[in-house]
Design a binder for this molecule. Structure first.
Ligand code: ADP
Length: 279
């Protein structure tokens, strides 16, 4: 790589550059944006609690004093604005698009804050969806962000691939449930992360158990957890297990995710912050 590398391969005459292939697809954020770290929250399929995890992580980060943002890349199933209780619409300025800001101060961009009617379905082809997600990165002005969480679309299709190739992601959090084929999903995530040279920062097993309201015993409704064994197999030290908890549903559906008491992902997040060296 040239010593004065601008990471803009399109205008660089340098031949035989070792970083050329990898960096040529990375897009620069808006020139007025300032984003220190980016973490993608992924899952093998929909409905496992990926958005819930993403929202809890963002709430935990914001509450710990980090300037936090959420980019809702789940264009066809956006649920982040509702979890943060905002029905504001994004505003444009001469310079770019401004994210909406939750009551607790989290900067949010989502398809739902751009649609006139949030019940409108987005019936688009993959390339258009990927383009929109990339615009959330290139055209939105993210201000002084310490940590951004990206709520990825489920699976390993076109859109996640484009996002991974185009946005400089510092790490991935994988969300699964016990009834999911955890091993296979983690393996896919590990393979994809290795291909992209991105570390896996932790696994969240959502809906891991319910707590008996009388005796407090943990009941593994979907069978015994396998996530610890799998995490060990792939050398991922950071694992969190979330119960099925009515309070979480009520908070998420009622737009009060920032008010969850004793956020169950606080400890998981602080290990991530250490790992990505964001203190
Ligand atoms: P995904 O993003 O994977 O599609 P969501 O995060 O939107 O899934 O979760 C799907 C639904 O399940 C939402 O209504 C959410 O409130 C609920 N949910 C997710 N995790 C939990 C949990 N641990 N306890 C209770 N409800 C949950």
């Amino acid at each position: 790589m040239a010593s004065n590398c601008s990471h803009d391969c399109s205008s660089c005459g340098e031949g035989g550059c070792s970083s050329r292939k990898k960096e040529s697809l990375i897009k620069k954020p808006h020139q007025m944006s300032d984003i220190k770290k980016v973490i993608a929250v992924v899952s093998g399929k929909g409905g496992v609690g990926k958005s819930m995890t993403c929202a809890l992580l963002a709430a935990a980060a914001q509450n710990s004093g980090k300037v936090t943002a959420v980019m809702d890349a789940d264009i066809t199933g956006p649920s982040i604005p509702r979890m943060f209780g905002t029905d504001k619409r994004a505003m444009g300025s001469d310079n770019g698009i401004l994210p909406v800001v939750s009551e607790g101060g989290v900067q949010i961009m989502s398809m739902n804050v751009l649609l006139e009617n949030e019940a409108e379905p987005v019936v688009w082809r993959g390339s258009l969806i990927s383009g929109t997600v990339l615009q959330f990165w290139t055209d939105v002005i993210w201000t002084g962000v310490d940590i951004m969480f990206i709520d990825m679309p489920p699976g390993t299709g076109d859109v996640p691939l484009t996002v991974f190739q185009s946005i400089p992601i510092d790490g991935i959090v994988v969300v699964t449930t016990p009834q999911d084929l955890v091993g296979m999903i983690v393996q896919k995530a590990v393979n994809m992360a290795q291909m992209m040279n991105i570390p896996i920062l932790g696994i969240v097993e959502n809906m891991s158990y319910i707590k008996c309201p009388d005796c407090g015993r943990k009941i593994p409704v979907f069978g015994e957890s396998k996530v610890d064994a799998i995490a060990m197999e792939y050398g991922i030290p950071n694992v969190a297990k979330l119960p099925i908890d009515r309070d979480l549903t009520v908070a998420a559906d009622g737009g009060k995710i920032e008010e969850v008491e004793d956020n169950p992902l606080n400890e998981f997040l602080s290990k991530i912050l250490k790992k990505i060296k964001l203190k």
